[in-house]
Write a protein that binds this ligand. Sequence first.
Ligand code: ADP
Length: 322
Amino acid sequence: IKHIGLLTSGGDAPGMNAAIRAVVCACEHYNISVTGIKAGYQGLINGWFTSLDSHSLIHSLCRGGTLLKSARCQAFRTQEGRAQAWQNLQQSGIDALVVIGGDGSLTGAALLEQEYPVAVIGIPATIDNDIFGTDACIGYDTATNTVVEAIDKIHDTAASHNRLFFIEVMGRNSGFIALNAGIAAGCSAILVPEHYQPVDDIIERFASCDMAGDAGIVIVAEGHQNGGIAELASITARRLPDFDIRVSILGHIQRGGSPSCADRVLAGRLGVYAIEQLRRGESGTMVALQHQLVCSLPLHDVIQQQPALQTEQLRVSRILAM
Ligand code: ADP
């Protein structure tokens, strides 16, 4: 491997910049050229290439988002788009591609690797943590901490007015943020897409509370199976007329912010390991963390499976929510 192309793709996540820096530092360490590709696969198709050096990247280490920009690119889903991408890689003399991104980005990476003679390695980065085969994805720890901080603040005002809050957090298909932030913030109930919990269960629990609304906070993942959060709140309000019920949607603050120490360290370890695995001749894999250790596994195994919430954690969350 002589020349690496590096891009960030899909939903941005805090710690992507730390991963970019780690890849660039590792390339410099091992005397490999590195080219940044702007705006994910769109930049790969359009030839938006840029130089990167580790000294200038130190300032981005503590910033959320991605300095290489990210994008969603329809053209990369087509064979013509990927052919153009391959042509640009060839013209620039890039013989390996590092893709930092989520499940969709890794699916695109696997296709490119299958179709063209270019080494490809993926680094998992998504606040949703919904990538199979790794204990953690870059960005998830920061996002969860942001959610816990926000809920702590809402808790203060909810308790002062005896209000019951429904708080929506990100997670269309996965409940990692809701489950873990829900445990950490002491939420009264946690609704995740993976497990259906009838709204009746929640209403019954609150109905038995001494003081209306004192019961606190229900954390709801976007993709939970009870309709929209407004609907959930209005059903509850109809059934519990004495309760003062409010809705809060945390939204995009969950994506931003300075990456946590854990995310920066994870990004550093996975970024360096990705380059070391490429040097060992590996391709078509994703670097990951399993049981605290770095490892890698085939992209095909990653993209065909969904990570499951731990049943032990679900059980704990129910005990702690009582
Ligand atoms: P994320 O990587 O965060 O899951 P997306 O699912 O939007 O985000 O995927 C990011 C990009 O990856 C897409 O815009 C597209 O360019 C590429 N991609 C996603 N799925 C595929 C696919 N099945 N085939 C080819 N490219 C894909």
